[in-house]
Design a protein. Structure first.
Ligand code: NAP
Length: 248
């Protein structure tokens, strides 16, 4: 298996972990459709950077993934841009606390919409294209599907649903399409919330066996492995977490 010439759609690919996945897959020869919602400047800069390395190898597509009825159109645009679609990486995610007494329908729609509903309906729309290419789906999950993160009731449930969805889609899309997940541990601190506190960061890192944060590239390498070098792996979730999930 290889990545050279494949066309890969990465949701939320403009920055942070998504951009690392884009850079890794592009460096291996993939053509990319980088999805973004509001990070247009970052997406444009990434497109420019990568197209300078290989002209016309990266396209961009904008969408709010909460607009479920527009998701088939997003897939159509991505597949038409380079005439095929080999892989879908469901990376986009909203993340904010919802303690039980602060759970609202709005929070549910946002967290479940981006982390669970969109990956399902994007995969559904992409299935015919992926089947044609014997392609794959990679869902970016979270180690807190197994052991919940306190005060993140809806996020935990949404990512838990994504884990179950990964396995269901593996069953539904076989034998042509493989579906797997990558569960990051602490990789990049959220830009808001309790992780801006140095003591919370230290405590989180102390919970990993390797006593350090991972790098976005650790996630990117695992995605690349699942896309390009794992022809007999489907329905699996790989934790990339410095051992934190067995030590929570
Ligand atoms: N960072 C970590 O340490 C860590 C730990 C565990 C799990 N993860 C998982 O790894 C993945 C990447 O993590 P990250 O920290 O890089 O993610 P992130 O920065 O929090 O979010 C990635 C992108 O998701 C997009 N997004 C959010 N809501 C959206 C919506 N409604 N429609 C379309 N796009 C939407 C945003 O795009 P725009 O900026 O364009 O609006 C954002 O840039 C996520 O699935 C996350 O849950 C990360």
């Amino acid at each position: 298996m290889y990545v050279q010439g494949k066309v890969i759609l990465i949701t939320g690919g403009a920055k942070r972990v998504g951009a690392a996945i884009c850079r890794k897959l592009h460096a291996q020869g993939a053509r990319l459709v980088v999805h973004y919602r509001s990070s247009m400047n970052e997406a444009s800069a990434l497109q420019h950077e990568l197209n300078q390395k290989r002209p016309d190898s990266v396209a961009m597509v904008q969408a709010d993934l909460l607009d479920t009825e527009l998701l088939p159109d997003l897939i159509e645009k991505a597949a038409k841009r380079f005439g095929r679609l080999d892989a879908l990486i469901n990376n986009a995610s909203s993340f904010f606390p919802t303690p039980l007494n602060q759970c609202t329908l709005e929070g549910w729609d946002d967290l479940v919409g981006s982390n669970l509903k969109a990956p399902l309906f994007l995969s559904q729309a992409a299935a015919p294209y992926l089947k044609q290419q014997h392609g794959c789906v990679v869902n970016i999950v979270d180690i807190h599907t197994e052991r919940p993160l306190k005060n993140y009731v809806i996020y935990n449930a949404a990512k838990g649903g994504l884990l179950a969805l990964t396995r269901s889609l593996a069953v539904e899309m076989a034998p042509e399409v493989r579906v797997n997940g990558v569960s990051p541990g602490p990789i990049l601190w959220p830009e808001e919330g309790k992780w801006t506190d140095e003591a919370v960061r230290r405590h989180t890192i102390s919970g990993t066996l390797l006593k350090r944060c991972g790098e976005p590239d650790d996630i990117a390498k695992t995605v690349q492995f699942l896309v390009a070098d794992a022809p007999y792996i489907t329905g699996q979730i790989i934790a990339v977490d410095g051992g934190r999930s067995i030590h929570l």
